[in-house]
Design a protein around this ligand. Structure first.
Ligand code: ATP
Ligand code: MG
Length: 256
């Protein structure tokens, strides 16, 4: 469905992506894990059209996304839920869900989409007329996911849905995403800093660090976590432990 082929992205002089390739098949759940600054958000931004790579190719079902603005990528069925849960705080939950649909003429279909989405998010249904700013963090995460679904996407990219949420709430968010995969026929590309949770439900995992992919495999092959640790931290010996710290030269001199 999606092919990212050797993309490079710079922010000024900073090389954020140094040749990233990944692919997502129809119906898969693929997770990209990696530490802060690895380039995970930049990768999703490049696919969604908000960030322009200076080299490489991105194709969706064989069609190049190169140079397309975000609205055009969205029209092809790709939806990005950015990190940080951006809701319109003074608008109601219902208004937040409908915000992307005001241009649509097919009002009956919009109403049906709205209803279909609320079936998956009972907490949102209970709070439809409340300002979105008053929702809890977990509810806001559900709201931004629900809003992304209003455009009937086929590929949904979610950037760090667990960020700052309690583990129990993260479980609820992921339960919904996994159910939606079948119910709404979705393909999912998800960024997370931690591999622990995604190992349970991802089909495949990419480990990213320093703007590069360091590991790609089926989640089933990565369950012991060793290879992920090695790729994530860049340890050479594969023990999963950081290399011993060598004393800083200045300290040595002080001891002499
Ligand atoms: N708009 C920007 N302008 C300049 N540098 C940026 C910008 N966005 C990201 N960067 C830099 O690009 C690199 C990759 O950032 P990115 O946000 O893609 O990483 P990430 O893996 O999503 O990290 P995190 O887990 O912290 O969200 C980092 O060094 C970051 O500081
Ligand atoms: Mg990020």
């Amino acid at each position: 469905m999606l092919e990212v082929d050797n993309i490079h992205v710079n922010y000024g002089r900073l090389q954020a992506l140094r040749g990233v390739s990944l692919s997502v098949r129809e119906g898969e759940i693929v997770c990209v894990v990696g530490p802060n600054g690895a380039g995970k958000s930049t990768t999703l931004g490049a696919i969604a059209g908000g960030v322009t790579p200076h080299a490489g190719r991105i194709t969706l079902r064989g069609q190049s996304l190169g140079g397309l603005p975000p609205e055009a990528v969205a029209r092809l069925g790709v939806s990005l839920v950015p990190e940080g849960r951006h809701v319109f705080g003074s608008l109601t939950v219902a208004e937040n869900l409908r915000i992307g649909t005001f241009q649509r003429r097919d009002r009956a279909a919009v109403a049906a989409d709205f209803e279909r989405i609320l079936e998956h998010f009972p907490r949102l249904r209970e709070r439809l007329q409340q300002p979105a700013g008053r929702l809890s963090g977990g509810e806001q995460q559900m709201l931004v996911i629900g809003r992304a679904l209003m455009t009937r996407p086929r590929l949904v990219m979610v950037d760090e849905p667990s960020l700052g949420l309690a583990p129990k709430i993260v479980d609820q968010v992921y339960d919904i995403l996994i159910k939606l995969r079948h119910a709404a026929n979705l393909t999912l590309l998800i960024n997370e800093q931690s591999s622990e949770r995604v190992l349970k439900f991802a089909d495949r995992i990419y480990v990213m660090r320093g703007g590069r992919i360091h590991l790609e495999d089926r989640a089933a092959n990565l369950q012991d976590g060793k290879a992920i640790m090695q790729a994530y931290f860049g340890f050479a010996d594969g023990t999963g432990a950081p290399p011993p710290l060598s004393p800083a030269p200045t300290m040595k001199r002080a001891a002499e």
